[in-house]
Design a protein around this ligand. Structure first.
Ligand code: ZN
Ligand code: ZN
Length: 260
């Protein structure tokens, strides 16, 4: 009973064996996978995958890297895609001031617009924040994003930022990097945060946890994130699995289908 709250199953890294990867996740006790769109092509593909597998759901949005390509039709298309019953969230959206693949001012403007789009569509948001903690927090606050709530994915801030995000109405999602020996700060954050406020994710095909670090990541490996969180908090893996699954149900409950 595990949930991978952040996967990129549409990416070419899975082209050779996508169905096998998905099957392996199911066979190893992954109950839900949220696959994340990063541009319109990827959103369409995420929805197609969600349509093909009961236990896969989709999130749609334009990743900060791709915000430079947004035009007047983009939001119209996102709105129509959002009508699909397997779409649970808007994202990933946010800021990436590390790679800067879109100009910063464009990223900021498109982030604000997509928060408002989520509000219009009544969808929680999935936030990507890399090297832009202050700007991300300011925008979430100014746009009233806590009203929709959602997930700060691949969390990389400090404990005080995590607390502020939770107070605002967000969950903190812990990636596979928590298994890296040098990830001391993230490990301390996991120890301190209540289990009821966190998710676990793979962000596959990236950020592969130990013991597969260096190889391609896949949803099944969320189990290693769960094991690390359990050992940090000195509780059982079952408790981590159960509570993070409950969190998933609490955030998306109304949209999860009984037939999956
Ligand atoms: Zn991301
Ligand atoms: Zn991602």
């Amino acid at each position: 009973m595990l949930v991978d709250t952040h996967a990129h199953l549409d990416l070419p890294e899975f082209d050779k064996d996508r169905d096998g990867v998905i099957k392996r996740a199911k066979e190893n006790g992954i109950d839900y996978i949220l696959t994340i769109g990063i541009n319109l092509k990827s959103c369409n593909e995420a929805i197609r995958l969600a349509g093909s597998y009961d236990f896969i759901y989709a999130s749609i949005g334009i990743h900060p890297h791709d915000t430079k390509d947004i035009d007047e039709d983009t939001y119209k298309v996102l709105k129509s895609l959002a009508k699909n019953r397997k779409v649970l969230a808007l994202g990933e959206i946010g800021l990436d001031f590390y790679r800067n693949l879109s100009p910063r001012d464009v990223q900021v403007r498109r982030f604000r617009e997509q928060i408002n789009l989520a509000w219009e569509l009544s969808l929680p948001i999935i936030i990507h924040d890399r090297d832009a903690h202050k700007e991300t927090m300011d925008i979430l606050k100014e746009e009233g994003a806590g009203n929709m709530g959602g997930i700060i994915h691949c969390f990389s801030g400090d404990y005080s930022m995590a607390k502020r995000c939770i107070d605002m109405g967000f969950y903190i999602s812990i990636p596979g990097t928590v298994t890296f020996p040098k990830a001391i700060e993230l490990q301390e954050i996991v120890k301190k945060l209540p289990l009821s406020t966190i998710f676990i994710e793979t962000d596959c095909p990236f950020l592969t946890p130990v013991p597969y670090r260096g190889k391609r990541n896949e949803p099944f490996f969320v189990k290693y994130v769960a094991e690390k969180v359990a050992s940090l908090k000195d509780i059982s893996v079952e408790e981590v699995a159960e509570t993070t699954s409950e969190n998933f149900g609490r955030l998306f409950g109304n949209s999860l289908l009984s037939d999956s």
